[in-house]
Design a protein around this ligand. Structure first.
Ligand code: SF4
Ligand code: SF4
Length: 439
């Protein structure tokens, strides 16, 4: 069995967000293989902690994948502020013939368009993939999982940070399928008593609001910012589309700050969120005309949560327009060469300033890796944690399963990867997830 098959069978997907099956990336032939450790969501620390703890595993995984796709140039990109991870990498990278690329502490340093440009000087075509400029980019945890897959070890745990309004912010390696409630307990519980907790699943910038604390941890979970439900960020992120459109239509003064700070605009792409905001006032063809500028949005949220002085939601306008345009099959047509904006380097948004703007300074505490022996009573493992079609269960209710057993797989020839049990136990329920009671 080759590496690609081992990676598929081990259920490896992008651990940094979208959950694209990693074995598909291994079908390419490229010049560069890039490990992305440039974690940029404020307060999250799981990649930094992983790079300190499993440095060699990441580098081995990177070389295995790079050898497989014939990539001669291998880089690991991380922020220059992460001194102790850099110290370990400085010792080990020469042995593995991997270069280190250091980035400043700005947001969104971890966007793959930024990483590819920073390391190679190449610009990914609009709406394109790193592959089109000879690169594959993987999150550092994905590469740790590739290394494990080569040894037949499937993905059954996840590095996650629990930060925000908790007593002891921590980063842990948690069994997939345990609940967010279990993670909050691992962080000492919430640090407030006068409100209900809400979580920003994935971080303050790109994360979604999660109210149900019984939701399970999945392969794409990166971290949770716990906040009181009444927090302003939770309120803004929970606002219904109709309400944000209505406010945006009447309050946007077309100041263009959202465009001037947009990282994709500064990279030279024709995305102009202020024009998408203008589209809110139109119906029909004119709306489509202005909405087109949303097609190249990476959904980083900088326009809404940092740039807009009116606290409007140009990001949501872009995401909604992009979805509508994709549904109509509209693609971006590039008519002029992509050219980096001359102000790009001067308009970067430092994480510290962003954190202040988000009102998170009171929660800015380290979240060090802490070894915790989780003993859940049950785990709930969703059958769809990846880009592609859902897995179909291959176990029945009542079946006894062991840790690492495959419990669901995608039909042959379909996009996706199997899911595995993270515990020894008995299957007690199957719907769109498989619940296993621990024995
Ligand atoms: S920054 Fe806000 S007010 Fe200014 S153009 Fe953008 S959405 Fe409108
Ligand atoms: S979310 Fe806003 S700032 Fe980010 S890429 Fe989209 S338009 Fe630009």
């Amino acid at each position: 069995m080759d590496l690609k098959d081992k990676v598929r069978i081990a259920g490896v997907i992008g651990a940094g967000g979208a959950g694209f099956p990693t074995h598909i990336k291994l079908e390419s032939r490229v010049e560069y293989y890039l490990a992305n450790g440039a974690e940029c969501e404020p307060l999250l620390a799981k990649d930094n902690e992983l790079m300190k703890r499993e440095t060699e595993n990441i580098l081995i995984g990177l070389n295995l994948a790079a050898d497989f796709v014939g990539a001669d140039k291998r880089h690991i990109a991380l922020k220059e502020k992460h001194k102790s991870a850099i110290g370990k990498l400085n010792r080990l990278c020469p042995k593995h013939k991997i270069d280190i690329s250091l980035l400043g502490d700005f947001y969104p340093a971890g966007d793959e368009y930024e990483i590819v440009y920073h390391v190679t000087g190449r610009l990914i075509p609009p709406e394109g993939l790193p592959l089109q400029v000879g690169c594959v980019v993987n999150n550092v945890e994905t590469l740790r999982n590739v290394r494990n897959a080569a040894d037949g070890i499937p993905v059954t745990t996840k590095y996650v940070t629990i930060a925000g309004a908790v007593r002891n912010p921590v980063t842990v390696e948690a069994p997939i399928g345990i609940s967010l409630r279990d993670l909050i307990d691992a962080a000492g519980g919430v640090s407030f008593s006068d409100d209900e907790p809400a979580a920003l699943d994935g971080g303050a910038m790109m994360g979604k609001v999660l109210i149900d604390l019984d939701k399970p941890i999945v392969k794409t979970s990166a971290g949770f910012i716990i906040l009181p439900k009444s927090n302003r960020l939770v309120y803004r992120k929970s606002m219904p589309k109709r309400q944000s459109d209505r406010i945006g239509k009447s309050a946007c003064d077309q100041c263009t700050y959202c465009t001037e700070f947009c990282p994709r605009y500064l990279l030279g792409y024709a995305i102009e969120p202020h024009k998408v905001m203008r589209s809110l006032g139109f119906e029909g063809e004119k709306r489509g005309l202005f909405s087109r500028h949303a097609l190249l949005c990476c959904e980083c949220n900088l326009c809404s949560l940092y740039a807009c002085p009116e606290e409007l939601e140009p990001r949501d306008a872009c995401v909604n327009s992009k979805t509508a345009l994709h549904n109509k099959g509209v693609k971006w047509e590039q008519t002029t060469p992509v050219k980096v904006h001359p102000m790009k380097e001067h308009r970067r948004v430092p994480t510290s300033k962003l954190q202040t703007r988000l009102g998170l300074n009171q929660y800015a505490h380290p979240a060090p890796f802490t070894e915790i022996d989780f003993k859940p009573q049950s785990v709930t493992i969703p059958l769809k944690q990846h880009v592609g079609v859902p897995c179909e269960p291959i176990v029945d209710v009542g079946a006894h399963v062991s840790q690492n057993d495959i419990i669901g797989d995608v039909p042959a020839g379909k996009l996706g990867v199997p899911v595995h049990s993270s515990v020894d136990g008995r299957v007690v329920n199957i719907d769109d997830s498989i619940t296993i009671e621990v024995r």
